[in-house]
Design a protein around this ligand. Structure first.
Ligand SMILES: C[S@@+](CC[C@H](N)C(=O)[O-])C[C@H]1O[C@@H](n2cnc3c(N)ncnc32)[C@H](O)[C@@H]1O
Length: 170
């Protein structure tokens, strides 16, 4: 929602679907957007907020999205969730859809991919760092190509190897 907060202004009414596995995150996200653009404007946009159970997209089955954003989701989740996402995202996208997401890549030559002192931060989880070659292999296997749009070594004053990817069908 922190991204939806800014994107929603560019969307046609009824054309935004937000998903999160946590009901609380959906409530907080809605509050955040309401505070920024106002309740009335948010209602005009008629967003659909869905609590998903897994990453099969069964809750939004039958719809095809032009844009999919997983903003700051997979940099917090182990690789198996990303595998689940890639196996199923074709259910709600087509050849022209554009998919954007952020991942955290393993850094070669560093201690377990990061800097030891970072382990004290709860949101930094070395299990969520993806191996670049595994990532590429998975995408090729599923017929996706990727483009690195941006990289970010720093998050505030923390070091993280964050990458913004755009995925599209080969
Ligand atoms: C750092 S937050 C980012 C939230 C939101 N995308 C944003 O930009 O504000 C990560 C979110 O991923 C959600 N999440 C974790 N596992 C998930 C899953 N399997 N499916 C959907 N959402 C998930 C968490 O509940 C949490 O709200």
């Amino acid at each position: 929602m922190s991204l939806g907060n800014y994107l929603i202004e560019y969307l046609d009414s009824g054309n935004y679907v937000g998903m999160d596995i946590s009901a609380q995150a959906l409530i907080k996200g809605k509050e955040l957007v309401e505070r920024r653009i106002g309740r009335e404007k948010l209602e005009e946009k008629q967003p659909t907020l869905i609590q998903n159970e897994d990453l099969t997209f069964s809750e939004v089955g039958g719809q095809v999205f032009d844009y999919v954003w997983a903003f700051s989701v997979f940099d917090h989740l182990p690789f198996k969730y990303f595998e689940e996402f890639i196996s199923n995202i074709g259910n709600v996208t087509d050849h022209d859809s554009r998919i954007f997401l952020i991942v955290m890549l393993k850094e070669k030559n560093s201690v377990a991919g990061g800097i030891p002192y970072l382990y004290s931060f709860s949101f930094y989880n070395p299990r969520c760092e993806y191996d670049y070659n595994c990532l590429r292999k998975l995408l090729v296997l599923n017929d996706y190509k990727m483009e690195m749009i941006d990289t970010r070594k720093h998050w505030g004053n923390l070091l993280r190897n964050l990458v913004l990817l755009e995925l599209s069908r080969r």
